[in-house]
Design a protein around this ligand. Sequence first.
Ligand code: BMA
Length: 322
Amino acid sequence: MKKAIPWQEKPSNCNDVLWRYAKNPIINRYAIPSSNSVFNSAVVPFQEGFAGVFRCDNKAVQMNIFAGFSDNGIDWDIKHNPITFKAGNTQMIASDYKYDPRVVFIEDRYWITWCNGYHGPTIGIGYTFDFKEFFQCENAFLPFNRNGVLFPKKINGKYAMLCRPSDNGHTPFGDIYISYSPDMKFWGEHRCVMKVAKFEDSAWQSAKIGAGPIPILTNEGWLMIYHGVINTCNGFRYAMGAALLDENEPDKVKFRTQPYVLGPAVAYEQIGDVPNVVFPCAALHDIEEDKLAIYYGAADTVVALAFGKLSEVVSFTKNNSF
Ligand code: BMA
């Protein structure tokens, strides 16, 4: 029997391309005994249900990643101890902190990328077969870098990863790049994919942008959900946009939404440790049923879910591009 992804029909009074799950947030800040907040987390289909890697900051506000399991993709059982890694393709598995994980199944295993503390943030890579035993690989890039997001299959024979070169602080800039690797160890052929928008064109994405969930292959190319940031007089505001990248040359942007597709607008997105943040890190989809379920961190405090029809998100992206 096919596994159902989380879903709720669009409310009749909603005119937007995405809508929020009525019972958001699905994971609260104190979901495990040590946590101060659980947000910016990643999930995938696994065995009969789902598995995930969760960002749980503890009450000392140390950032780490934890494995979790779910039958329905909504109710999660998150392990109380962080993931520990064995040496994968390297002995060098130092890590000062781990945050903002992404997870994807490629070929025979689940690959995890995250923002890894190694003399500042860079992109850590690991893998698991069972979400019990984890192996850490070489960092993909030099510091500083964030938002490493793998494509779910090789492109022209190589692994491909989006990323966002950054600084060591609350980076005031940031564009999306792509890099390729023959072996998940050595990364190169770095190309710019997409830059911030001009303020007057699309202000919500004028300060920095970064890839979110694993890109989804559609008949219009790769659907890339991303976060975009505006720098306001009260600080950064993070919203969500959508872009379509060329299937074989994903550094070519075909379309990109001028309006955001979801912006912080309800209490759990506007109030929290970092107000006004929606930060997508994962999506489940069902092509036949035309369903998309996006997991996002809200206000750097909780995990929430939003839904959309895949075909409508694609046509919205085409029709609202700039
Ligand atoms: C980014 C990252 C994210 C966070 C966001 C908003 O730089 O640290 O984890 O959600 O800022 O605070």
